[in-house]
Design a protein around this ligand. Structure first.
Ligand SMILES: Cc1cc2nc3c(=O)[nH]c(=O)nc-3n(C[C@H](O)[C@H](O)[C@H](O)COP(=O)(O)OP(=O)(O)OC[C@H]3O[C@@H](n4cnc5c(N)ncnc54)[C@H](O)[C@@H]3O)c2cc1C
Length: 132
């Protein structure tokens, strides 16, 4: 899951990482206004936290930054979409190095192209462009 978190005040840039079992495992400052700062945050399991639940997101953020006052949150459960019920791929350790060369092999005139097969920036639009 991904959520945007508006907090009170102009916050010094920061970046936080979390581990297994945490509802949010990444958060960072993204946009700065005069009297508020917007963070972007990600969690590994959409069933753990509603990205639009201000209290829930606030508690998850407080594990890193209990000093921040959460004003608003807005997110979307990407795994519940009707047409695209998924997120970007998250490779397991060793998965990419083990299988990438095979995934990039052509079969006759069929050539795999897409973000998931890119050499660099896979899982991003840059990877799709590079691979294409
Ligand atoms: C929720 C989300 C947020 C993201 N945010 C960012 C971001 O902020 N920045 C960033 O750089 N990247 C982001 N990405 C990643 C980026 O969107 C993808 O890496 C990129 O769109 C992949 O492009 P692609 O052309 O490789 O694959 P896709 O865009 O997935 O295109 C593959 C196409 O193939 C079609 N297809 C599949 N199987 C078949 C079949 N058998 N026959 C015919 N067609 C088929 C699919 O319908 C699809 O249209 C995000 C991805 C997601 C899901």
């Amino acid at each position: 899951m991904k959520t945007w978190i508006k907090v009170a005040g102009r916050v010094q840039p920061f970046r936080s990482y979390g581990g297994r079992g945490m509802a949010l495992t990444f958060a960072r400052t993204e946009y700065f206004d005069e009297d508020s700062t917007t963070l972007v945050a990600f969690g590994p399991d959409a069933s753990l936290l509603d990205p639009n639940d201000r209290a829930g997101v606030s508690s998850a953020l407080a594990l890193w930054r209990g000093d921040l006052e959460v004003l608003e949150v807005a997110g979307h459960n990407r795994t519940s979409g009707e047409l695209s019920p998924a997120t970007w791929p998250m490779q397991q350790s060793g998965q990419l190095t083990r299988y990438l060369a095979a995934l990039q092999e052509s079969f006759g005139c069929v050539r795999p192209a897409g973000s998931d097969y890119a050499n660099g920036r896979d899982s991003f639009i840059d990877g799709a462009i590079e691979s294409g």
